[in-house]
Design a protein around this ligand. Structure first.
Ligand SMILES: Nc1ncnc2c1ncn2[C@@H]1O[C@H](COP(=O)(O)OP(=O)(O)OP(=O)(O)O)[C@@H](O)[C@H]1O
Ligand SMILES: [Mg+2]
Length: 231
């Protein structure tokens, strides 16, 4: 059996030059994400959720501290951005197929898997469309299908349900959780929606540059949602 993977942040600090001063967004953050576990990442707008995900995915570098994993390989960690970046010169299907062929799958295998994933996100009918013809939420679902084609060990999904209606959002979350279990993937979803967060096994809140577990808060938020209809 393969060793369980851990994606670890050790004393991670990230500062940005904001408003003419250097301001810390993440401060000495230490946390270990485990393969096969689902995490919700919550926190106020501007608290640093996207920043943390960019660091974990290796597309930005920390000011100090370390990101480490016990077995790195190129397709281990995949990030789905808050705004989906699709290649506009390619069709919907080609966008997903390309991600597979870039990682060494042959075109036939990649196309079969891309069609299966497009079907999973209920967009098979758009396979040959230009990506420009998709709505924001549809683009987000294509970006998810593209992220899944190489069976990542960790999937980082940055507010992927933010642009989706409740029904589609729920369907996408169930789909992600299905693949998460099937492939023993680590799943980290940032969200402002407590109803999405409660579906994950572990809930984390980013506050003052650090991550805190707060299962109690999620219950309180749900009570408020029930009581006052606040979302
Ligand atoms: N490239 C950058 N240059 C300067 N400041 C940045 C940069 N990226 C992020 N920031 C700042 O870092 C802080 C955290 O931003 P981040 O996008 O990580 O927040 P977030 O928690 O993802 O917010 P949201 O919920 O709105 O998506 C913000 O103050 C933002 O302005
Ligand atoms: Mg963000």
């Amino acid at each position: 059996m393969k060793e369980t993977l851990y994606l670890e942040c050790i004393s991670l600090t990230k500062s940005f030059f904001i408003d003419n001063k250097i301001q810390p967004v993440l401060t000495s953050l230490t946390y270990s994400f485990k393969q096969g576990v689902s995490y919700a990442l919550m926190g106020a707008s501007g608290s640093g959720k996207s920043t943390l995900m960019h660091l974990l995915a290796g597309i930005d570098t920390p000011t100090s501290g370390i990101i480490s994993m016990n077995d790195f390989s190129c397709e281990s960690i995949v990030l789905v951005f808050q705004s989906p970046y699709l290649i506009k010169e390619l069709s919907v299907l080609e966008n997903i197929v390309l991600a597979g062929t870039l990682h060494g799958k042959n075109k036939k295998e990649s196309t079969e898997q891309a069609l299966f994933l497009l079907d999973s996100v209920e967009l098979q009918h758009t396979a040959h469309w230009d990506v420009g013809a998709l709505s924001g939420g549809q683009k987000q679902r294509v970006a998810l299908a593209r992220a899944l084609i190489n069976k990542p060990r960790f999937l980082l999904a940055d507010e992927v349900t933010g642009n989706l209606d409740t029904h589609t959002g729920n369907a996408i979350i169930s789909l992600l959780l299905t693949f998460q279990k099937k492939w023993n993937m680590g799943l980290l979803i940032s969200t402002h929606n407590p109803l999405v967060a409660e579906k994950m096994e572990i809930m984390l809140i980013l506050k003052d540059g650090k991550l805190i577990h707060n299962e109690k808060m999620i219950n309180q938020t749900q009570e408020r949602t029930r009581e006052y209809g606040i979302r």
